[in-house]
Design a protein around this ligand. Sequence first.
Ligand code: HEC
Ligand code: HEC
Length: 508
Amino acid sequence: MKFERFLIAGVAVFMAIMWGRAMFDKRGQGVADSTARTLGIYSPHLPANQREQARESLAADARRREHRFIEAANPGSLMASTRIEQEAIDANTVPPADLYQYGAQLFHYRFRRADGFGSKDAPGLRRVQTGRRGGPDAYRCADCHRRGGPAGAGDAADNSYLDGDGDDVRSALERNPPPLTGAGVIELLAREMSEELRGQRKALVAGAEQQGARQRRELKSKGVSFGFLSAMPNGAVDARELAGIDPDLVVKPFGWKGHASTIREFVEDELLLHHGMESDFLVRHGSPDRIGRYGRGNSNSRPLDPDGDGVPHEITEGQVTALTMFVAMQELPEVGMPNNPARVADWTNGQQLFDKIGCAKCHTPSLPLRSAIYTLPSRDRRTVLSIDLAKHGADRRLSKPATDKNSDYLVYLYSDLKRHIVGPNLREARPYRGVSAAKFRTPPLWGIARSRPYLHDAHAPELEVAILEHSGEAQRSRDAFAALNESKRAKLRVFLTSLTRAPRIVSP
Ligand code: HEC
Ligand code: HEC
C-alpha cells in the first residue's frame, strides 16, 4: 500500500516536470514553427514608376493597419510572426525574399517587456548605456536607423551614449546612428580585402623562411595601402608599420571606429545594447559583463535567463540570421544628377575637385568587388546560407555594365575602409573596443545627402562644417578645401549632394 502511494506520487512529480518543460518549450522554440510567417509588408522592390510606388506604399500601409488590430486583439502575435527557426533556414526552405521579410519585421518591431526587452536591473529606457551591457535606449531598430529611407541614418537626437556609467552623458561615447545602406556589399569588400592581405602575409612569411632573412613589403588590396609588414626567418612578423588596420589584418568596416568585421556580430550586439534582447547564442557564449549574471543557476531544469527579466529565449538563432540578412540586403545608394544643366556642369567640376584636393585619398570613390555572393555559415550546424546580392535584396542592387559581364563589380562607396587620424576635433576621450581614441574608419560617403547631420557624434549640421573639422592626416586636403573660393566650394557641394538614395514616395 505504502509502495503504491509512493509510486503514484512519483508519477505525479514526473508528469509535473514534463508539463513544466513543455511550457518552457512553448515560450521558446516550440511555439515558433507554427506561427512564424511573413506579413508581406516590407517589399524590397522599388518600382521606378511613381504611381506604382504610391500604390504599393498605400497597400503596405493598409496591411500594417490590419496587423495593428491583430496585435491589439492578440498581443505577441507580431513578435511570434518573426520567430523563424534556424532549422528551417538550414533546411533551405526559406527563400531570400522571406528572410528579408522576417528580418524587416523584426527591424520595425517595437520590443515589449513580455518579449524580453530590458533586464532585471535595467527594465526601462535609459539615455546613457552601461558598459557592454548597454541601455536599453530604444524600442526598435527603426527608431534610430530611419532617416533618408529604410534602414537609414539617425538624427542628432537619436545619438547613442555608448559604454558609459548608465547615468552621466560625460561618462559615455556619443555616437550617431549611421545608415545601413549597402551593408552586405561593404562586408563583402572587407572580406575580399582581408583575404588578400592574409595571402600577402603568408607569402611574405614563406619568403623570409626560404631566404633565411628579414623581408619587408607593402600590404595592399584593391588599391588601398595598409602600410608595411616585416617577417623574420623564424616566422615571426613585425606589424608596427601597419596603417589603418589591426595586426590580425582583418578589415573591420563597421562602427565609426571600424571595430567590427561582420554584420552578424553587430546586429547581435545592437539587439543587446539598445533593446536588452539577448540572442540564444549570446546567452550560451556571451561573457557575464555583456549578458548579465542572473538566471545561471540550475540550468538543467530552467532555461538560461542571464538578464534576469523572467523571459528566456528572447531571440532565436534564426531571428539573428534573418535580421543579419535584412541588413546585408539593404539597397545601395545611388548618384542622383541635378535636372538643371548649369548644375550638371557644376557637378562635373565638383567631382574633379573632390579628387584634386585629396578627398579621394581616403574617401576612395570606387572599390572593385569580385563576387556578390554573401555567405553566412550556420553557427549550429555545418550548412552555409548563400545569397547573391546582385539578385536578391532591396532595389538598387549591384550590377555590372552589360558590355562586360566578366568584369568586377564597381562599388561607388567613397571609402577605403581604413582607420585614420583626422585631428584633435575628431578625437574622443578614450579608446573604444581596442581602437585608439584618435582613430576613425573613413565613413562611406555614398548616400551622404540623406544622412545629415554628420560625423561620429553628429556635431556637424552640414557638409562644409564636417569637412572643415578634418585635420591630422587630412590636414592638407582640408586646407585645400578651405582655400577654394565660394564658387568652387559650391561645385564640390553640388557633387556631394548628388550622393543620395533612390527617390521613393514613402519612407517607412
Ligand atoms: C538608439 C539608437 C539605435 C538603435 C535603436 C539601433 N542602432 Fe544600430 N547603430 C546605432 C549607432 C549609434 C551605431 C554606430 C555604433 C558605433 O559606431 O559603434 C549603429 C550602428 C549599427 C550598425 C553598423 C553600421 C555601420 O556601417 O557601421 C548596424 C549593422 C546596426 N547599427 C544595426 C542595428 C540593428 C539591427 C538594430 C536593432 C536591433 C539597431 N541597429 C538599433 C544606433 C542605434
Ligand atoms: C585622411 C583621410 C581623410 C581625408 C583626406 C578626408 N577625409 Fe573625410 N573623413 C575621414 C574620416 C576618418 C571621417 C570620420 C570622422 C569622424 O566621424 O569623426 C571623415 C568624415 C567625413 C565626412 C562626414 C561623413 C559622415 O557620414 O558623417 C564628410 C562629409 C567628409 N569626411 C568629406 C571629406 C571631404 C570632402 C574631403 C576632402 C576635402 C575629406 N573628407 C578628406 C577621413 C578623411
